[in-house]
Design a protein around this ligand. Structure first.
Ligand SMILES: [Zn+2]
Length: 133
């Protein structure tokens, strides 16, 4: 069994609607993501996937859909207000926690056809969540 991983970084803002503490306020993070791919065999180039192709697929998706966006739960009442101001929103049908963002990135990587094994999402340098099927 072979595995490879590719890391990406991006900035985002969010808030957690049901959080009893300070995370209920809008704030931002510098996120780091590790996408791990796994496969039993290698292709004719001796790879699971070209690192450049990982960047061009899920890396580009992160850059165009999440980077410098506000990731908010779809029912957050701030969404229409912020959209009216021209801000870029990524609505998520779940609280935008590290756990749910790891799951989102796992599912989006899966859609690209890459053999994703797990996604680890660091909300801060010390706090991470992992999603694997
Ligand atoms: Zn946060």
């Amino acid at each position: 069994m072979f595995t490879v991983s590719r890391q990406f970084s991006f900035c985002y803002g969010h808030r957690l609607l049901n959080h009893p503490g300070k995370c209920a306020n809008l704030h931002g993070h510098n996120a780091k993501v590790s996408i791990v791919l796994r496969h039993n065999t290698l292709n004719e180039q001796g790879m699971i996937a070209d690192f450049g192709d990982i960047k061009k697929s899920i890396g580009l998706w992160i850059e165009t859909r999440l980077d410098h966006r506000l990731i908010l739960e779809t029912h957050d009442p701030l969404i229409p207000v912020l959209k009216d101001q021209g801000l870029l929103i990524f609505p998520l049908p779940a609280e935008p926690t590290a756990e749910n963002l790891a799951k989102l990135l796992y599912e989006e990587t899966e859609k690209t056809g890459l053999p994703v094994c797990s996604v680890t999402f660091w909300e801060t340098e010390h706090c991470s969540a992992e999603y694997r099927a």
